[in-house]
Each structure stands twice: as C-alpha cells, then as structure tokens.
Design a protein around this ligand. Structure first.
Ligand SMILES: NC(=O)c1ccc[n+]([C@@H]2O[C@H](COP(=O)([O-])OP(=O)(O)OC[C@H]3O[C@@H](n4cnc5c(N)ncnc54)[C@H](OP(=O)(O)O)[C@@H]3O)[C@@H](O)[C@H]2O)c1
Length: 361
C-alpha cells in the first residue's frame, strides 16, 4: 500500500496534546491526512480549523469504541499517561484487526500490550508501543549492541534528554514514581528503591550523573533481545540526583498526599513543553553498555531533540505499519523495523566507544 492510498486510514487519539500536535504536523509535512481524536471537543475543533483535518470526539470508555474506530486501519495513541488510556483502546483495535501504536515509555504498559501478541497475530494486526524517543532509539541501539556482542547478559542504558520534558511527560513520570523503582533481573521485573543506584557517565560531550529510573526499556529491550538483566538510568543535575536519592529513601512518605499533591500541582504550572527554538537547539544522547561476566562493549547514539524525534518516529512508524510492512503481532521498534531503523532519521549518529575513543558506525 502506497502513502497516496493511505489518506485518512490513520486515527490519532490525543491529537491535541503537546506530542499529538507535533505528530499531526509531521503527518501533514509528509502530505498525509489523518483523523484527529480525543475527548475535548473544543480543542479538537480548534486543531481541525488550524489543520483542515477531520475529527472525532469520544471518551475511551464509550461502549461505541469498536464502532468508532472501525473505519481505520491504524490507531496511533498519543494520550498519556498510557496506563489510563492504552489497554482499552489497544484491545478494541486488536479485536477488530486494527493496528495499534503508542508513544509510551511506561514499562507496565509495554508488558500489558505484549499479552495481546497472540490475538494480534490471529487477527492480522500489529501492536507497537514505544514509537517515540522512548523507546525507539534506545531499543534499536540495544539490538545493535547485541548484534555486536551476542553473548551479552546485562544491559545498562543511560539517557540524557538534553532538554526540558513536557508537562505530560512529567505527569507520567510522577505517576510512575509513586510505584517505586523497578529493574529487570534474571528475566523478571524486580522492585528496587527509586534511584537505588547512580553512575557518572561520560556522554563524550560532558560527564553527567545518571540515576536509575523504572523506564520502558526494562520491558522493550527484554522482548527485543531476551537479555535478562536490564537497568535504565536518566542523566540529571547533581541537585536533582540527590533529591531523587532522598525521595527513594523516604518513598513511603513522599508518595503520600500532601507531598504528591504539591508535586502534581507544580507539574501543572510548568510550560506545556519545550518551545520550537528549544527543540531546534536541543539534542539527546543515549549510552548503552552490554556485558557478560568477563567483557563489555559500549555504544553511544546522538539524536535530535526528544519531542521532535518522537513526532517523526510516531508518524513514520504509523505509516509503515499501515502499509502492511510489519508482520502481525506484538512488536518493539527494533523487531518491527530492524536495528538500523533509527539511523534513517536525520541527525542520528551511532558510535562504538573504544577506550575513550569514538568509532562512528
Ligand atoms: N515516547 C516518548 O518519547 C514520548 C515523547 C513525548 C511524550 N510521551 C508521552 O506521551 C504522553 C503525552 O505527553 P504530552 O506531552 O503530549 O502531554 P499533554 O500535552 O498533557 O497531552 C496529553 C494528551 O492526552 C490526553 N489524555 C490524557 N489522559 C487521557 C484520558 N484518560 N482519556 C483521554 N485522553 C487523555 C489529553 O487530553 P485532555 O486534554 O482531554 O486531557 C491530551 O490530549 C505522556 O505520557 C508522555 O510521557 C512519550
């Protein structure tokens, strides 16, 4: 199926959120019409007037869900936190043989969606979470690292966002924070204290403090590589790293009402997301080390700013899936499109790090 035959085959749910908006712009930049969707009619109307695209208003708990989505080949969900929006929509899609994608970095959501694999295969559709900065670039880099080091048993992934997170990302991180830390150990998701470990990582432009976070790759990288031990770290200024450690130690208190309500209201007062000029200047770095008992290899991926890249990946992935280029079933970005997928995006560079030197790959 060519892109020209694809007009209005894709529904974007949460289209008027910060990430949804950027993604709709990216579809239009590629000359593709999509249908806007969400639960707020005023915001959809405004977006429709600006873009000239059709829209559908519906809540995800409507009994009409299956009927509403039935004209579409693919649903791209940009409405997060995805723990509240993903499963119902994904199940409705899979039951009707409609492809489902989202831009989640929430490991619990990826776990839930992996359980739809069999049904998706039976009904001939694709389920693909993580079609954004989380987790597509890291997932491809990890698959590449495994290809270079097939015996690897452990992955340590460190993300440096290099820019401000959106309000929606902060809201999502906060809802994850309440649950505590998680790593993958011996193949199993294993609870740990929030920020239970930290490292100084040389991202080759700067040494940054990285603190452990419960992020999507502890699921996606496992489904992509079967490597049984996975930890994810986020670079942050030292003062935030110290706060994260304290929050980990006093998690029982910090997750309770007065403190969590204070954090939630602080998040709601933050800007919607990085401005265009911030996005144009920004860039992210992803560092991965894979090892077995005796040796290890490290790789670095440089990417454009995270929200710009998310919009590009989400639109590109939805178009590829709609074009029937991916085998039905549950996928991670690297199992859907291959480990070199991320290299097709402008501004992405991949390096193997050899004793302080970089070898571009
Ligand atoms: N993979 C990645 O790298 C990546 C990149 C960017 C964002 N994200 C994730 O994407 C999500 C959205 O981020 P954002 O910055 O776009 O946030 P945002 O600007 O707050 O937008 C959130 C969107 O989701 C909708 N929504 C939220 N809860 C909903 C629910 N229960 N039912 C229906 N619609 C709901 C909102 O609609 P209303 O206004 O009607 O509530 C809005 O359209 C976050 O979870 C974020 O972490 C991931």
């Amino acid at each position: 199926m060519h892109q020209t035959e694809m007009q209005n085959d894709i529904l974007v749910y949460g289209s008027y959120g910060f990430t949804g908006n950027l993604t709709v712009d990216e579809f239009q930049r590629r000359g593709l019409s999509v249908t806007l969707a969400g639960r707020n009619e005023d915001k959809l109307k405004q977006q429709s007037e600006k873009t000239g695209l059709p829209y559908l208003v519906f809540e995800l708990n409507t009994p009409e869900l299956t009927t509403i989505i039935s004209p579409f080949k693919t649903v791209l969900n940009c409405a997060g936190p995805f723990r509240y929006t993903s499963l119902r929509l994904a199940k409705a899609c899979v039951n009707s043989g409609i492809n489902y994608l989202n831009v989640t970095g929430e490991f619990a959501v990826i776990e839930q969606l992996s359980l739809l694999d069999k049904k998706a295969q039976q009904n001939g559709c694709v389920v693909l979470p993580g079609a954004g900065f989380d987790v597509a670039p890291s997932d491809c880099l990890i698959a590449f690292a495994q290809n270079k080091f097939p015996g690897a048993r452990t992955i340590r992934l460190c993300l440096s966002l290099g820019g401000r997170p959106s309000r929606g990302t902060m809201r999502t991180s906060l809802s994850q924070f309440k649950e505590g830390g998680v790593i993958r150990s011996r193949g199993l998701l294993t609870p740990v204290r929030i920020a239970h470990k930290s490292y100084k990582i040389d991202f080759r432009d700067k040494v940054r403090t990285c603190v452990s976070i419960p992020w999507g790759d502890i699921s996606s990288a496992f489904y992509s590589t079967q490597i049984p031990n996975i930890e994810v770290y986020m670079a942050m200024p030292n003062r935030f790293a110290r706060l994260a450690k304290l929050a980990g130690l006093f998690h029982g208190i910090v997750k309770r009402k007065p403190f969590s309500s204070f954090l939630a209201s602080w998040v709601e007062r933050q800007p919607e997301g990085p401005s265009l000029s911030e996005r144009e200047k920004g860039g992210s770095r992803i560092y991965v080390t894979v090892n077995d008992i005796t040796s290890r290899k490290s790789f670095l991926l440089k990417t454009p700013e995270a929200y710009t890249l998310t919009a590009q990946i989400a639109a590109d992935a939805a178009i590829r899936v709609t074009a029937d280029t991916v085998k039905p079933g549950f996928h991670t970005p690297s199992t859907a499109f291959g480990m070199n997928y991320i290299m097709k995006f402008k501004g992405v560079e991949r390096h193997e790090l050899v004793r302080g030197k970089r070898n571009r790959l």
